[in-house]
Design a binder for this molecule. Structure first.
Ligand SMILES: C[S@@+](CC[C@H](N)C(=O)[O-])C[C@H]1O[C@@H](n2cnc3c(N)ncnc32)[C@H](O)[C@@H]1O
Length: 330
């Protein structure tokens, strides 16, 4: 393995790889920038979350987010007939913010470096902002075909360079999910997300896949003529996804139609696709949010009301919740 020396950075590794083998697929760029074991953004031991990090997630709004998600999972367990082995697998569990709220379940967080999860289980695969962090490739629509955009290093910076027309599984992805893109629009090809759906469908014997993230349906593609790649650093969204690889997060909106249709081919039925606000409101309405909001002190009650407001009106309007169901085999 090519181990980086003490001064290696994600940028220098990427430059070396381009010098060795030519322009890179964007998924390779993301893989090194975010997940290289020593210099990747998520692997360097620096905490990307919270006030002093680069971004907030809904999961950090504890305990309210955890209480509402636990209520949703309880309802799903009941719909499955309360199986004793009911297991909740969380993909991309990050700082384990959900561990406390989900302690009543057999809870199995999956993170980089601790990706041991049951080979067969009944229950729910839950994730919040997992799919948007997975590597994607990039292309531009040119009439009937899509041309891949690769990353090159020229004149002292990373730049896009045009590659060949898409072929193989990339072309099949574009044909299935990206045909609503306008001519000259930039698009992302999320094969890694589909591979995760394959893994989920293989291991989940029966139960639900509950995915929270921001993203678009194929019909909404027209809203993103420049594509959806974004970088986050110190709470600022940046469009320059190449600046400082390894030092800033890179995300792509989730292609929900791809998750739904690919899931359906794998036997996962779409139960509901709605805003996060609608999903959380349904979870809280049974008791008028009393469980989520009740606390011994006025200060804590106020903190929780603010969390709920941020969840329903901040995250809730941009984030979406997809619920898929895998029925048991007879
Ligand atoms: C945007 S963070 C979200 C973390 C957490 N769910 C939250 O909402 O705060 C995405 C997480 O997915 C994890 N992740 C990305 N690829 C992964 C993989 N292949 N296996 C396990 N975890 C992964 C990252 O390490 C990161 O912690």
């Amino acid at each position: 393995m090519n181990r980086p020396g003490p001064t290696a950075s994600a940028a220098s590794l990427l430059r070396e790889e381009i010098a060795r083998s030519g322009p890179l697929r964007f998924s390779r760029f993301m893989e090194i920038a975010l997940y290289h074991p020593e210099v990747g953004y998520y692997r360097r031991g620096r905490d990307p979350f919270g006030k002093r990090g680069d971004y907030f997630t809904a999961e950090q709004l504890q305990p309210v987010f955890g209480i509402l998600v636990a209520a949703i999972l309880r309802r799903l367990r009941s719909e499955m007939g309360e199986p004793e082995d009911f297991t909740v697998v969380e993909l991309g569990a990050g700082r384990m913010e959900m561990a406390d709220a989900l302690r009543e379940f057999r809870y199995c967080p999956v993170e980089l470096g601790s990706s041991d999860w049951p080979k067969r289980f009944r229950g729910v695969v839950f994730s919040n902002e997992f799919f948007d962090a997975l590597p994607v490739d990039v292309a531009v629509r040119r009439g009937a075909e899509f041309v891949e955009m690769l990353v090159d290093w020229r004149d002292g910076r990373f730049r896009w360079t045009e590659g060949p027309p898409l072929s193989g599984e990339h072309a099949a992805y574009a044909e299935r999910y990206l045909m609503q893109a306008a001519d000259e629009a930039w698009v992302e090809i999320g094969l890694e997300a589909l591979r995760w759906m394959d893994r989920i469908a293989e291991r989940l014997e029966s139960g639900y896949v509950f995915t929270i993230d921001y993203g678009y349906t194929s019909r909404e593609l027209l809203r993103f003529p420049q594509g959806t790649l974004m970088s986050y650093r110190r709470h600022t969204a940046l469009e320059d996804v190449w600046a400082d690889p390894g030092e800033q997060d890179i995300t792509a909106h989730v292609a929900f139609t791809a998750l739904q249709l690919h899931g359906e081919r794998l036997g996962l039925q779409t139960v509901r696709f709605e805003s996060l606000a609608a999903a959380l409101a349904a979870a809280g309405e049974a008791d008028g949010f009393a469980t989520a909001l009740s606390a011994p002190t006025e200060a804590e009650r106020l903190r929780r009301r603010l969390q709920l407001k941020t969840l329903l009106f901040g995250f809730g309007e941009t984030f979406r919740a997809l619920l898929q169901y895998k029925p048991p085999r007879n």
